[in-house]
Write a protein of this length. Structure first.
Length: 110
């Protein structure tokens, strides 16, 4: 199963109210396996969006969908990267959501 994660910045604090990257495709494709266990774990993510509030007027949204076949290659080719927010995808896959800053900080403490 291949999951496509697409990044957008619906809330921003830019001087002109626009995100400079809004006209580009920012996507990551993750192959999460084809087993029944993988499908049960990741299927609930499909069709959902996950929002992260940076606390400074900016907010990121990551939408998830399943893709197959040639669409995987096409999306990888079209993507302009993920602006360094790969960690959000990792948290969605691991926790089913994007952790808050406080949760992330607490997780790092011994």
């Amino acid at each position: 199963m291949n999951l496509a994660f697409t990044l957008s910045m619906p809330n921003n604090n830019a001087w002109n109210g626009k995100w400079s990257g809004e006209d580009r495709c920012y996507a990551i494709v993750k192959s999460v396996g084809t087993s029944k266990k993988a499908r049960e774990k990741y299927a609930p993510l499909i069709g959902k969006s996950f929002y992260y509030d940076f606390g400074d007027g900016w907010g990121a949204s990551i939408s998830v969908r399943e893709i197959v076949g040639r669409e995987v290659t096409a999306l990888r080719k079209k993507s302009a990267g993920f602006c360094g927010y790969n960690w959000m995808v990792d948290e969605i896959l691991c926790h089913g959501r994007i952790l808050t800053l406080a949760e992330r900080t607490a997780a790092r403490k011994p």
